[in-house]
Structure formats: C-alpha cells, structure tokens
Design a protein. Structure first.
Ligand code: ADE
Length: 234
C-alpha cells in the first residue's frame, strides 16, 4: 500500500511543486506515494465564498472558519480513514525525524495548511488535528511547511532511496548530527582530505566519524547532545 497524502490549501497550485522533481517525483511516478491537493474555498458556501472571518474578541488579522474547514476535511477523509490529520502551524509540536519515521510507516496523511492568523480552535479540537511546526519562525502559510514534511517522509518510504545505508548513517538517525564528508580532489585550495579517511582502515575511519559526529553535535546542538548522553551515559 502506498503513502497517500491529501493537502488542503487555499493555494493548491503550490503542490506538488518541488515534490515533482528528483527523488520524490520519480517515486510518485512509480506509484510509491500519491498526492491530492484540494482547494479549501470549494467548501465555502457564502455568496462571496469566505473562508475566514474576523477574530472573536477583536484584534488584527483573520481566522479560518471552522465550518468551512470541517466540510473540506470530512470530504477528503471519512470516518474510516486511518490517516493522521495534521495542521501545519508555528504553534505545533516541532517536527523531528522520529515523527517523520512514524508517518512514513503509516498509510499517509491529511495535511491542512493554515493561513491568516490561525484556525478556529473548535475545528482543531473537533477533528483532533495534530498541530505540527517545522521550526521557530513564522511562514506566511502552512504550504511550505507541508512540502518540507512530505519531502522528509517520502525519502524514507520503502523503495524511494537508492542506497538504504545512506539513510542509516545520516543526521539524527543515531541521535547525532552527521560527520563531515569529503570527496575528490585530494587537495582543494591547499586543504587535504583528513589522512585517516584515505587509510583504508575501516575501524579507524568509523571511530573518526563517530568522534566528529559527537563533536559537531556537542558544539552545535546542546539539546541533541544532552538527549544522546542521557541515552548512553559516558
Ligand atoms: N505556518 C506558519 N509558520 C509555520 C511553521 N513554522 N511551521 C509550520 N507551519 C507554519
């Protein structure tokens, strides 16, 4: 069974966008995943097909209407649909490789892209939406966040990545950032490739890579480093 993504957006033309190129594009052609991009406005019923309104209590901006979004969600995902319903939002739980891995082993995802100041809270509760953030910054809408999430998931689907091992060794898979990589030429602007990598000694190379991964993680990501050390006391 292939991974089925349904995206609800006011800008469905943004999809598949970059996901039609490269690895993800080939995988879609091969039927390893599918994408349906749905226009939320098609579910508006008012004369002017409004999807948003002013915030209760006053204040700036507009809020996406619960009734319109509920109709859109119910249309694309019936009660038997086992896919998680995600709402891309800077208020969500930060996306990490663990959640990406879980999603990649599931049947797919229904992804609602927020715009304006947000989404009526009653919709989030009534449809049990899982709010997902891709980082502590604010995008103009959830669409680029949905593209990021899908990209991360698709590359993990069985059969998508050519070299399965390259997935196991990359950043986050062992709780560490990935070690630095080098390739030809041996000398670039007077900078040589680290000697050990040319030694042919696989045990020494593995030890060097681990030490570098640990150093980078310690220097750049104290949060990941603390979690890693918590898992494996030194
Ligand atoms: N929408 C706006 N900003 C976002 C973010 N950081 N993550 C997910 N969705 C968003």
């Amino acid at each position: 069974m292939s991974f089925r993504a349904t995206v609800l957006s006011l800008y469905p033309e943004m999809f598949p966008g970059p996901l039609d190129l490269s690895l993800a594009g080939k995988a879609r052609e091969a039927g390893l995943w599918s994408l349906e991009a749905v226009q939320i406005r098609d579910f508006a019923t008012s004369k002017h097909r409004n999807v948003d309104d002013t915030p209760a209590g006053g204040g700036a901006g507009m809020v996406m209407r619960a009734d319109v979004l509920a109709r859109a969600l119910d249309h694309v995902a019936g009660p038997q649909d086992a896919r998680p319903k995600l709402l891309m939002s800077p208020r969500g739980r930060p996306l990490d490789q663990g959640r990406v891995r879980q999603l990649a082993t599931g049947p797919g995802a229904v992804i609602l892209c927020g715009r304006f100041e947000g989404v009526d809270q009653r919709l989030i509760e009534a449809r049990a939406l899982e709010e997902v953030s891709i980082g502590d910054y604010v995008l103009s809408g959830g669409e680029p966040a949905a593209l990021v999430l899908l990209d991360a998931v698709i590359r993990l689907l069985p059969g998508v990545m050519g070299n399965e091992q390259s997935g196991e060794e990359e950043s986050f898979e062992g709780g560490l950032l990935e070690h630095p990589q080098y390739t030809r030429p041996q000398l670039f602007e007077e900078r040589p490739i680290p000697e050990v990598l040319l030694s042919g000694n696989h045990a020494k190379i593995a030890a060097w890579r681990r030490a570098e991964a640990e150093r980078l993680t310690r220097e750049r990501r104290p949060d990941l480093w603390a979690a890693y050390r918590g898992d494996k006391p030194v």
